[in-house]
Ligand binder design. Structure first.
Ligand code: GTP
Ligand code: MG
Length: 214
């Protein structure tokens, strides 16, 4: 005799941390900061990219860095560093394609190098939303709008992204819109404050230090 159906559906299992590769994007040109390597600019005495990496690592399994300059300085941060697999500073999606090329997990999450105070529950919240809503991509948002470079996605999307970039397209949101993508609202917009200019890097110092950094 078949078993009776359960009265309440089982909740979907969480995506285990070990199944998520964390990628810090630090391959940009830093033009609004005068062309400096933004990830290596110091904030509270350590490079911005290291802040992002240390905040991400407790939330993921393996971690990777995407950088195109000063690779030895990034390698000193202790995780594999990969220059873009396509030429021409094609933007954050080029870094994402590079991360997908080297990731060995079912999921990957990106953060930019210039946002050292991003939420400490970023990845579990993105993962829960992706799973609950059956999405292939989960992206952070604040009340001011989407934060596309804070993005969790299935690594199986690599073929789609490669084709998108090969066709000359570059816009992050235009690619994610092609897939089942959910936005996850974070109330603390200040946590997403990012340093694009030297002035904004100075403004970061005015913020209270985050509760816990490694
Ligand atoms: N790998 C890689 N990452 C990039 C590229 N362009 C931007 N990024 C990263 O994407 C994130 C968001 O980009 P922006 O904040 O615009 O940084 P940026 O491009 O260095 O700065 P601007 O030149 O002033 O736009 C940052 O973490 C950048 O390092 C790229 O061509 N390749
Ligand atoms: Mg840019």
């Amino acid at each position: 005799m078949p078993a009776p159906p359960p009265e309440t559906p089982l909740p979907p299992e969480a995506i285990a941390r070990e199944h998520i590769t964390g990628l810090v994007l630090a391959g940009g040109e830093g033009r609004r900061m005068g062309g400096v390597d933004k990830g290596l600019q110091l904030h509270r005495g350590r490079p911005l990219a290291l802040h992002a990496l240390r905040r991400l690592q407790p939330q993921v399994g393996p971690a990777l860095l995407s950088a195109n300059r000063h690779l030895a300085a990034y390698e000193a941060m202790g995780v594999p560093v990969w220059p873009d697999v396509i030429d021409g500073h094609a933007g954050p999606l080029a870094g994402l394609l590079t991360g997908l090329t080297h990731a060995r997990t079912a999921w990957l999450v990106t953060v930019p190098c210039d946002t050292p105070n991003f939420p400490q529950d970023l990845v579990p919240r993105l993962a829960a939303a992706a799973l609950q809503q059956g999405a292939d991509i989960a992206m952070a948002a604040t009340r001011e709008g989407a934060q596309p470079v804070f993005c969790l996605l299935r690594t199986g999307l690599i073929g789609s992204l490669r084709a998108f970039l090969q066709s000359g397209e570059r816009k992050f949101g235009a690619w994610t819109a092609r897939h089942a993508c959910v936005q996850v609202l974070f109330d603390d917009a200040q946590a997403f404050f990012n340093a694009n200019t030297t002035e904004e890097l100075a403004q970061l110092q005015q913020q209270p230090p985050p509760a816990a950094v490694g």
